[in-house]
Design a protein around this ligand. Structure first.
Ligand code: HEC
Ligand code: HEC
Ligand code: HEC
Length: 119
C-alpha cells in the first residue's frame, strides 16, 4: 500500500501549512513564530495580547497542535475553530483560552490583569 504523507492525512492544506511552519520554527529562532495577536472587544476591560513566544517552547518541541486546529484557526487570524468569538462564557466551559487557563494548568480567569492590560 502507498504511504500517505502524514501532513496530508492530518488535514490537507492546513496540515501542510502547520507542518511547514512547525519545521521552520524548529529550524529557526523564536522570532519565526507568528506575531502577537491582540483580542479586543468593546465590552472588555482592556486588550488581551496572545503571544506565541510565551506559549510555545520552540527549543523543546514546537507543539502547535495543542491549539491548532483544535482550538484556534491559523489561516484566519483571530478566529476560533468553533467559529464563536472568544468570550468568558465560552472560556468558563474550558473552551478557547479556558482549555488551559483554569487556575491549574495556567493562571485562572479570575486574575484579570494577567490578560487584560491597559492599552
Ligand atoms: C497556546 C495555544 C497556541 C499554540 C501552542 C500555538 N498557537 Fe498559533 N495561534 C494561537 C492563537 C490564540 C492565535 C490568534 C488567534 C487565531 O488566529 O485564531 C494564533 C494564530 C496563529 C497564526 C495566525 C497568525 C497571523 O498573524 O497570521 C499562525 C500562522 C499560527 N498561530 C501558527 C502557529 C504555529 C506554527 C505554532 C507552533 C509553533 C502555533 N501557532 C502554536 C494559539 C496557539
Ligand atoms: C486567560 C486570559 C483572560 C483572563 C485571566 C481574563 N480575561 Fe476577560 N477576556 C479575555 C479574552 C481573550 C477576551 C475576548 C477579547 C476582549 O473582549 O477583549 C475577554 C473578554 C472579556 C470581556 C468581554 C465580554 C465577555 O464576557 O467576554 C469582559 C467584560 C472581561 N473579559 C472581563 C474580565 C474580568 C473582569 C476578568 C477577571 C475577573 C477577566 N476578564 C480575566 C481573556 C481573559
Ligand atoms: C495549551 C494551553 C494554553 C492555551 C490554550 C492558552 N494558554 Fe495562555 N498560557 C498557558 C501557560 C501554561 C502559560 C504560562 C503560565 C501562566 O502564565 O499562566 C500561559 C501564559 C499566558 C499569559 C501570560 C504570559 C504573557 O504572554 O503575557 C497570557 C497573557 C496568556 N497566557 C493569555 C492567553 C490567551 C489570551 C489565550 C487564548 C487566546 C491563551 N492564553 C491560551 C497556556 C495556555
Amino acid at each position: 500500500m502507498r504511504r500517505i504523507p502524514r501532513f496530508v492525512r492530518f488535514g490537507g492544506l492546513l496540515g501542510l501549512a502547520l507542518w511547514g511552519a512547525a519545521a521552520l520554527g524548529m529550524a529557526q529562532s523564536l522570532s519565526r513564530l507568528p506575531k502577537d495577536f491582540v483580542f479586543r472587544s468593546a465590552d472588555g476591560p482592556g486588550p488581551v495580547t496572545f503571544s506565541h513566544e510565551t506559549h510555545v517552547a520552540v527549543q523543546e518541541r514546537p507543539d502547535c497542535v495543542t491549539c491548532h486546529p483544535k482550538l484556534f484557526k491559523t489561516l484566519a487570524p483571530g478566529a476560533t475553530t468553533d467559529g464563536r468569538p472568544v468570550t468568558h462564557a465560552e472560556m468558563e466551559q474550558k473552551r478557547q483560552c479556558g482549555a488551559c487557563h483554569d487556575g491549574k494548568q495556567a493562571v485562572g480567569l479570575d486574575d484579570c490583569t494577567h490578560c487584560h492590560r491597559s492599552p
